[in-house]
Design a protein around this ligand. Structure first.
Ligand code: GTP
Ligand code: MG
Length: 225
């Protein structure tokens, strides 16, 4: 899975990727600001997650567009202690929701270690343009709640695809033919979906036997609901 880490300048995007990927990170920056990208690899529900961080400066719009391509989820990082950054958050949100419409998103309300940081309720109120997007309070400085972000993201992405993923048996193999039947689509279309899910390690397919099964983490999420 590819998860985009974006948000306004100096909100803590690079710090978050450091915290989530635990040092397994590449960062291109100059004078303390990202001018290229951040890349890190992490995991949730045993699903590998490739994190791509964008620069936050408004002028790097072109890079944000390139880095956003094909993202399955968005972590939108805001500085909870800095309401002056909300205008910039709105600008980046408008840009990203145009590039990645209907992609699951979570707001990470960062810097909760600071005494003047806003609560999730306050952030929901102040960023009311992000209607319906869940807000998780975090601190990259103390690692507060960092462990919650990626499981929540994998769950959101799985729910998004659950109408298709539920056609798989919870355990064991499901044949391509059975998938086509229960989804009422052609087998060629089933193969298209399988390639897409396989790339994201959400499903494993045996292309010779023409069977596939859910990754255990995905089966677990679907069983919980
Ligand atoms: N107190 C506090 N400071 C933080 C936290 N997270 C990041 N910072 C600080 O905030 C500043 C910006 O952090 P970065 O991770 O570089 O922010 P960024 O969003 O990647 O910045 P750009 O790439 O320039 O847009 C740095 O000085 C960090 O040390 C946090 O949770 N608490
Ligand atoms: Mg950065």
């Amino acid at each position: 899975m590819k998860v985009l880490v974006t948000g306004p300048h100096l909100s803590g995007k690079s710090a978050l990727i450091q915290g989530l990927a635990k040092g397994n990170v590449i960062n291109i920056q100059a004078n303390g600001t990202t001018v290229g990208l951040d890349h890190g690899v992490a995991e949730a529900f045993k699903i590998p997650i490739r994190l791509f961080g964008t620069p936050g400066l408004a002028r790097f719009k072109v890079l944000r567009r390139i880095i956003s391509e094909g993202a399955d989820g968005i972590l939108f990082v805001v500085d909870a202690s800095n309401p002056e950054g909300d205008g910039e958050a709105r600008y980046i949100w408008t840009e990203i929701s145009d590039l990645l419409p209907n992609v699951p998103c979570i707001v990470a309300a960062n810097k909760q270690d600071l005494t003047d940081s806003r609560t999730p309720e306050r952030i929901r109120h102040d960023l009311s343009f992000m209607v319906g997007v869940p807000v998780i309070p975090i601190s990259c400085k103390t690692d507060y709640n960092l462990e919650k972000l990626l499981p929540a993201m994998v769950m959101l992405i799985t729910y998004e695809w659950s109408p298709i993923l539920r056609a798989f048996g919870a355990t064991g193999e499901t044949s391509f033919a059975d998938l086509a039947k229960s989804l009422r689509i052609r087998e060629t279309k089933v193969r298209g979906y399988l390639r897409w899910f396989e790339l994201r390690k959400m499903v494993f397919a045996d292309w010779e036997k023409k069977t596939a099964h859910l990754a255990p983490g995905i089966a677990k999420i679907l069983a919980q609901r």
